[in-house]
Design a protein around this ligand. Structure first.
Ligand code: AMP
Length: 313
């Protein structure tokens, strides 16, 4: 069963709503440079979630957005009622990776149509039990969160730009989510603490029940007030483009949680397996090129191999 067939079984109303960037990216890795490819935190997040649950996208594109990318979202079964097209240019981002692929420099971020995006959520989105506030301005994340009726589980992601420029709004977001996710350097930056455990404690003190710290090829760590859970990354021989790995992780994770409906810590740990697995596929190619041809069976097969790699008793 391929992903397209799988999503046909999803109901129309999204169980998971994702708001985040929809971008046109230009990316340079040590091996290749690709211009004007589909990116954005919401693109990766929704594509990853589409393997597990009915997902609705909240985002905006300009009139320059290629129709082929909208078709791709449709083929993935993503609900596009919350996607707006407005006069102007689509969000653009440009980044360059160093040889080890863990270090990345942002060369350009043009918010364009995102700068003034104030969506009214479709009625069917407001009822969704799961919400992923993917990386975008905290102000927009709050605007979406305010319109949700009674979400069961809310996750937020962020990045340096927002930590530097809109910290107050970001703190409001963090105070209202169940789980905060960010990468290691951002967690240190936001908390002002060098040791990861101290950083996580500080972030937990801001309100969320869980803090999930992404460590790139070294996996991720889930912190709660009284537990720590370590998850490695699925080992790969070749990474073509790590862009969006965190968004795919969070999208796959939220999709798996939403499909199951259980938000206990044990369910969260199990969903992290799916987040890691989908992210590992995503980085095998640029943009959504791997996720768009991935099948649910391949996801399950890698998930079971991954679990066997972690078994130690
Ligand atoms: P990640 O590798 O998880 O940081 O995600 C990279 C994706 O996020 C790219 O496809 C970019 O289009 C998008 N992106 C980069 N910077 C920002 C930003 N400041 N806000 C929202 N999305 C961004």
């Amino acid at each position: 069963m391929d992903n397209t067939q799988a999503v046909k079984q999803h109901s129309d109303s999204p169980r998971l709503v994702v708001v985040g960037s929809i971008g046109i990216d230009t990316i340079e890795t040590p091996k290749a440079r690709r211009q004007n490819i589909l990116g954005g935190s919401a693109s990766y997040g929704c594509a990853a979630a589409s393997f597990f649950t009915a997902v609705g996208l909240v985002g905006v594109v300009g009139t320059d957005f290629p129709p082929a990318y909208v078709d791709l979202y449709k083929r993935l079964g993503i609900n596009l009622e919350g996607l707006q097209t407005v006069e102007g240019k689509t969000f653009q981002w440009e980044g360059v990776y160093e040889t080890n692929l863990d270090n990345r420099r942002t060369l350009r971020t043009d918010l364009n149509v995102f700068a003034s995006f104030r969506p009214d959520l479709p009625a069917s989105y407001r009822k969704a039990p799961f919400l992923f506030l993917a990386n975008i301005s905290p102000d927009l994340q709050l605007h979406v969160l305010d319109q949700m009726e009674k979400p069961q589980f809310v996750v937020a992601d962020t990045m340096d730009l927002w930590i530097n420029n809109t910290r107050e709004d970001l703190q409001k977001v963090i105070g209202r989510v169940d789980l905060l996710t960010m990468n290691e350097s951002e967690a240190r930056h936001l908390s002002g603490k060098k040791a990861l455990l101290r950083a996580a404690r500080m972030l937990l003190g801001m309100g969320p029940k869980y803090v999930l710290i992404k460590k790139g090829e070294h996996g991720s760590v889930l912190f709660s007030k009284d537990s720590i859970f370590l998850m490695p990354a699925y080992p790969l021989e070749d990474v073509r483009d790590p862009t969006g790995a965190g968004d795919s992780f969070a999208g796959g994770f939220m999709g798996a949680l939403a499909a199951n409906g259980d938000t206990s810590e044990s369910a969260i740990r199990k969903a992290m397996v799916y987040g890691s697995v989908v992210a590992s596929f995503g980085v095998e190619e640029f943009s959504l090129e791997r996720l768009q041809v991935l099948t649910v069976d391949q996801v399950e097969e890698r998930a079971s191999l991954f679990r066997s790699m972690m078994r130690c008793e």
